[in-house]
Design a protein around this ligand. Structure first.
Ligand code: BT5
Length: 325
């Protein structure tokens, strides 16, 4: 069931060539005329524009393509993911703030979104290029009832969500490079950062950071990622509504996450493997300084890569010690 605001926007959009009266809107939505007026004011705050004429009513003249708390809420079909959203024009890192909120005891499903990050980060404190508003930079807080050893599964789960979302939006088929990169045509379009806090046999919280390059032009990619990164715009020559991309991610995330909590990791693993970069190929990897080679054959339930080495033995790789190229 869509919210009153969503219905109001739909009604106004369908009648954008004409004026609709406050009374008609209040009848359609079963709310008072004052409530209609308040909703219109809120829409204006979010960048919607109206022509309003006494005795005639309202006519919608402009819909913003802008991410805000409200514009994201309107398209959300979720029960918990994104039920609370904090949106910032600029922040150090959504991840750092989401971890703080998780430690302060926020509910599961809080999403922090930023237009720009001045200190966006990847794993092991690597830099994440996001000091501009061309991508989706968000972190979400989960409180899953899983064992700490399972927390890497959340990264793999998120990867399958991004594979689906990118395919739905662009019709391209991205790949996932273990453990946390999403690639299109061999270049990185998105990265995932999972940070969990656990004690004994229980995860207290997990914060999932998602960075997805959306509207960058090729000329806007700078060193050191100039040749290794890409964006949806570069791959399809189209620009995308970030607000729609965010809604699609959150809607899909909740569906996949709830299924995972109910049915476990199996279907995620199957899906992940279908799009796995270089599955079945020979890779080089280092263990304790020794360089070995073997075939990437599978993924373990704790999120490790399984390699069959030249002695036909299976090795589980926990850390990213693989020489992909
Ligand atoms: C990641 O780390 O790929 C995880 C990135 C997570 C970013 C999100 S954005 C929202 C949230 N808030 C944060 O502060 N972070 C999360 P890692 O696997 O360590 O990859 C980092 C490497 O990716 C860098 O060393 C660069 O080589 C490359 N890189 C940096 N920025 C990039 C970008 N925008 N697009 C593609 N590659 C990038």
């Amino acid at each position: 069931m869509s919210s009153t605001r969503e219905q109001l926007i739909k009604l106004l959009s369908h009648h954008a060539n004409t004026f609709v009266s406050g009374q008609w809107l209040s009848d359609q939505l079963s709310i008072s005329r004052t409530a209609v007026w308040k909703q219109i004011k809120q829409l204006e705050e979010d960048g919607y524009r109206f022509e309003s004429v006494p005795n005639k009513g309202y006519r919608l003249t402009y819909i913003p393509d802008k991410v805000s708390k409200n514009t994201v809420y309107w398209g959300l079909k979720t029960k918990s993911i994104g039920k609370k959203i904090e949106h910032y024009d600029q922040i150090e890192s959504t991840q750092t703030l989401a971890i703080k909120r998780a430690q302060e005891g926020c509910d599961e499903g809080l999403v922090i979104i930023a237009e720009k990050q001045i200190a966006g980060r990847g794993r092991r404190a690597r830099h994440w290029d996001s000091n501009h508003d061309k991508g989706v930079w968000l972190s979400l807080v989960l409180r899953p009832d899983i064992m700490p050893i399972q927390s890497p599964q959340l990264t793999l789960l998120t990867a399958t969500v991004l594979l689906d979302v990118i395919e739905e939006i662009t019709q391209l088929k991205p790949e996932v490079k273990w453990p946390n990169d999403i690639l299109i045509n061999g270049k990185k379009v998105a990265g995932i950062l999972t940070q969990a806090q656990a004690e004994h046999d229980q995860v207290h919280y997990a914060v999932i950071g998602i960075g997805l390059n959306v509207n960058q032009e090729k000329s806007e990619l700078t060193d050191p990622i100039k040749h290794s990164a890409t964006s949806l715009q570069i791959e399809t020559s189209k620009s995308y509504s970030k607000q729609l991309v965010i809604q699609t991610i959150l809607n899909r995330f909740e569906e996949v996450y709830f299924n995972y909590l109910k049915d476990g990791f199996k279907s995620i693993k199957t899906k992940w493997l279908k799009s796995a970069y270089r599955l079945g190929e020979r890779l080089e990897y280092s263990i304790n300084g020794e360089v070995k080679s073997g075939v990437f054959i599978d993924l373990s339930d704790d999120g490790c890569l399984i390699i069959e080495n030249d002695d036909r033995q299976q090795e589980k790789l926990y850390t990213a010690k693989i020489h992909w190229f």
